[in-house]
Design a binder for this molecule. Structure first.
Ligand code: ZN
Length: 209
């Protein structure tokens, strides 16, 4: 059993980026914790994360107001207590500042602890996102949808209808087509501290070609 940590800036981000993967990982017996760095717009969050089989946690920062140093300190304390083996968080090049600051700080702390990091995508924010691994979430797709549905009240009605919900529904099918399954979530593997390389799992096995 591994300890998996999924960190998003806002309550909907971990579900959009890795909600199906959270459930797939929990299903096979891993302990999955999901953190929303912001503690506002959180209605339904606990129920949503529990639907995915994960443990819901939130910090108390506010939308658009995540101080760098404070976040770094809090993440270090959290890593000391939770002791994650594998971490999923935001891609670094993001339109939304909150996403970028969370990505940078999670990566910084994860490297201190020599942990594996994977970056997820947020369709309305991630710029020039690329992936190198994918998870088949076909069996978990309905749970991902239900998870965001129970959080409906947390968002402005139009934002939910035109941005949040479509971000859950459409990318999974698109990524599924790309990687050869019905629904998928995709990630960029950042590797861990030693050896310092995101490419160490990319050795081609010639005998498998
Ligand atoms: Zn967000």
């Amino acid at each position: 059993m591994k300890r998996i940590l999924i960190v998003g800036a806002h309550s909907d981000d971990p579900i959009i980026g890795a909600g199906g993967t959270a459930r797939e990982l929990a299903k096979i017996g891993n302990h999955v914790a999901v953190v929303s760095v912001c503690g506002d717009r959180i209605a339904g969050y606990e129920e949503a994360i529990r639907l995915l089989g994960a443990e819901p946690i939130h910090f108390d920062f506010s939308y658009g107001d995540i101080p760098d140093e404070k976040l770094s300190q809090l993440l270090r304390e959290f890593f000391n207590n939770f002791k994650p083996d594998i971490i999923f968080t935001h891609w670094g090049n993001e339109i939304l500042y909150d996403h970028g600051v969370v990505s940078q700080n999670v990566l910084k702390v994860a490297r201190l602890y020599e942990k594996e990091v994977f970056f997820f995508e947020i369709p309305a924010s991630s710029l020039e996102f690329t992936f190198d691994v994918a998870v088949d979430i076909s069996e978990s797709f309905d749970f991902k949808k239900r998870a965001i549905e129970v959080m409906k009240e947390a968002f402005d009605e139009r934002v939910f209808r035109e941005e949040v919900y479509p971000s859950i529904v459409y990318p999974s099918g698109f990524r599924g087509i790309q990687v050869g399954c019905k629904f998928a979530e995709v990630f960029k593997h950042a590797g861990s501290r030693f050896p310092l390389s995101p490419f160490r799992r990319r050795l081609l096995k010639l005998e498998d070609l």
